[in-house]
Design a protein around this ligand. Structure first.
Ligand code: TYM
Length: 331
């Protein structure tokens, strides 16, 4: 049995990048009987960037509903809010004392976010990967399914775990990152060389999983491609078209080779419409389920509470093991 762990920040919208690069795979992994899956809303990570309290609260509820709408099932998996399980903060503090400032300084995301939020380069922003290491290590995780942008954080998690194990013996399981073959970096529809991101100031670059069909069509129609006319999968030289083909492959469940073959002879404009239609179809059941769930606040809260209880039981054991090894008086 493999333990799978992953998380997403409940900030802004859930993008098509999050859906394809992350939650869609989580659902597939959950449905494999050999996996034990644990998924969290990384709401402690979210306040590294200042949040409006009402919006933050709404986003947390909305993302918890989105989790369930995508098919993450509270009966099969543990699904919880990170802030409900205090062991995350506690382990992050302990791990801080086994992590070097120089390591955190080198993190790409820290550098990017510091540039973006120059007026709020808080300690949390720098410490972000340590909290993420705590998330993963608390659950003796084997595999962490993520998009490419998170791989550096998995590497540092492995470094920290190995460092602790070298000092105290076998305390933490050293996890592996896992990225999907297609879709680990869905790019912006307006700038196909950069990641599709919730914080993109250009709304036409980003598809929200809750965008209505007409908006999805409009955004795909405006997608930036190239001045060529051939349809080929070549992310380096044809970033825009390759991004569209990758999205189409995931949305239709076909391989990239099959997708390229199916699309031969299409004009770019027709390809864009085909991608838009298949994304609308992929998201339709998800959007319907979301609309049904979002008003069931009591139900969502009871699932979240149960998830946190289960997570906390596992997390406490790992935390105790580590504290004992350090020499703490543990009751
Ligand atoms: P976050 O909230 O930025 O993104 C959640 C997941 O979505 C993936 N992703 C993408 N994949 C493909 N194409 C894209 N354009 C795209 N944009 C986002 C991300 O790689 C990620 O897998 N630090 C994490 C949350 C986190 C976490 C963890 C993840 C906290 N603790 C422990 C794994 C394990 C984050 O901010 O992800």
């Amino acid at each position: 049995m493999k333990t799978i762990y992953s998380a997403i920040q409940p900030s802004g919208i859930m993008t098509l990048g999050n859906y394809i690069g992350a939650v869609n795979n989580w659902r597939n992994m959950q449905n494999d009987k050999d996996n034990k899956c644990i998924f969290a809303l990384a709401d402690l990570h979210t306040i590294t960037v200042r949040q409006n309290p009402e919006e933050f609260y709404k986003n947390c509820m909305s993302f918890y509903a989105l989790f369930q709408a995508v098919g993450l099932d509270a009966k099969k998996s543990i699904i919880y809010l990170q802030s409900h399980v205090h062991q995350h903060s506690e382990l992050a503090w302990l791990l801080n004392c086994y992590t070097y400032v120089g390591e955190m300084n080198r993190m790409t995301q820290f550098k990017d976010k510091s540039a973006k939020h120059a007026d709020n380069i808080n300690m949390g922003l720098m410490d972000y990967p340590v909290l993420m290491a705590a998330d993963i290590l608390l659950y003796d995780t084997d595999l962490v399914p993520v998009g490419y942008d998170q791989l550096q954080h998995i590497e540092i998690t492995r470094d920290i775990a190995t460092r602790v194990n070298n000092i105290y013996g076998d305390i933490f399981k050293v996890p592996e990152g896992f990225t999907p073959k297609i879709g680990a970096k869905i790019t912006s529809l307006q700038d196909p060389t950069s990641k599709m991101s919730k914080s993109d100031p250009n709304p036409n670059g980003v598809i929200s999983c809750l965008d209505p069909p007409e908006v999805i069509v409009k955004k795909f129609k405006k997608a930036v491609t190239d001045s060529d006319t051939t349809i080929a999968y070549d992310p380096e030289n044809k970033a825009g078209i390759s991004n569209l083909l990758g999205i189409l492959a995931v949305a239709t469940g076909k391989t990239i080779e099959q997708t390229v073959e199916d699309c031969q002879g299409l004009r770019y404009g027709d390809l864009k419409l085909r991608v838009a239609d298949s994304v609308i179809e992929m998201l339709r059941p998800f959007q319907e389920e979301y609309r049904r769930l979002i008003d069931s606040k009591d139900y969502l809260m009871s699932c979240a509470k149960e998830g946190a209880q289960k997570a906390s039981e596992i997390a406490e054991k790992t935390l105790k093991r580590f504290k004992q090894a350090i020499g703490y008086v543990v009751d």
